[in-house]
Design a protein around this ligand. Structure first.
Ligand code: ZN
Length: 260
């Protein structure tokens, strides 16, 4: 007999890798302003319609040897990697039983992770955090925090997360004439404030700015990044938020103020 917990883990991994396959579509189409549901996926080079058996997470990439079955164009390795990573996130968050609490927890926290994954890759590729993904994130987060947290947690958190970075960015623009954070970054901070609360979002702003600046300056010094090249800041915000949300114990070691 396989324990119900193991079955749920297998199912969560497989389900999550299917969602990962969908995230690849979102990552490819959303920045181009295309619909993420229609039409069905096809090879961008030759237009070959992807058959269902060519669309099995990770496995298809292996038996297609990483190439389109029709024109042999290479499929980016990022596709199976996104599927695998999303699958592992599903496995990590897998519900332990079929109770409403466990299933809700999985639905909410897995959905947040999906937005994070799409956001990070789109931002690295296009220096853009799409409004659509931010709105989707807010729709996931808001009902959950309203039910579980007091008003002064999520409302104040959201205001600090949005107005703080907005104020600093406007000030910088007035003083130096440079745009620091993009609109997408500021909106993301605001939504994370709703989820993480006032202390959590301050931790996030402080830590992600520190890490982002260190990496950014490092890249400029090592000439891997020109002074005026656009720099995606979203990944730092998201990686820090992911640690805060999914590994709160790790974050406690580096921070004076705990989320708990
Ligand atoms: Zn093709």
């Amino acid at each position: 007999m396989i324990a119900i917990e193991t079955l749920l883990q297998i199912f969560a991994f497989y389900f999550a890798s299917l969602i990962g396959s969908f995230l690849n579509v979102v990552i490819y189409r959303m920045p181009k302003g295309l619909s993420v549901v229609k039409p069905r996926s096809s090879c961008p080079k030759c237009g070959h319609m992807i058959k269902w058996y060519e669309n099995i997470p990770m496995l298809s990439y292996i038996f297609l040897k990483g190439k389109c079955s029709s024109c042999k164009t290479k499929i980016p390795i990022s596709y199976p990697l996104v599927e695998l990573f999303t699958g592992l996130v599903g496995l990590y968050l897998a519900p332990r039983n079929l109770s409403i609490t466990e299933l809700t927890y999985f639905a909410v926290y897995f959905s947040i992770a999906c937005v994070f994954i799409a956001h990070i890759i789109i931002d690295i590729k296009h220096q853009l955090l799409p409004d659509k993904l931010n709105i989707y994130l807010l729709i996931i987060v808001l009902p959950y925090v309203i039910m579980h947290k007091p008003l002064n947690y999520w409302l104040v958190g959201g205001m600090i997360g949005f107005l703080g970075p907005l104020g600093v960015t406007l000030l910088f623009y007035k003083l130096r004439g440079v745009v620091g954070l993009g609109g997408g970054d500021i909106k993301l901070f605001g939504i994370l404030g709703v989820l993480l609360g006032p202390i959590g979002v301050l931790n996030n702003i402080f830590t992600s700015c520190m890490v982002g600046s260190v990496v950014g300056v490092g890249l400029i010094l090592s000439k891997k990044l020109g002074k005026d090249t656009p720099f995606a800041f979203g990944p730092y915000i998201i990686i820090v938020a992911a640690v805060q949300i999914y590994f709160p114990d790790i974050f406690d070691h580096f921070n004076l103020v705990s989320l708990k």
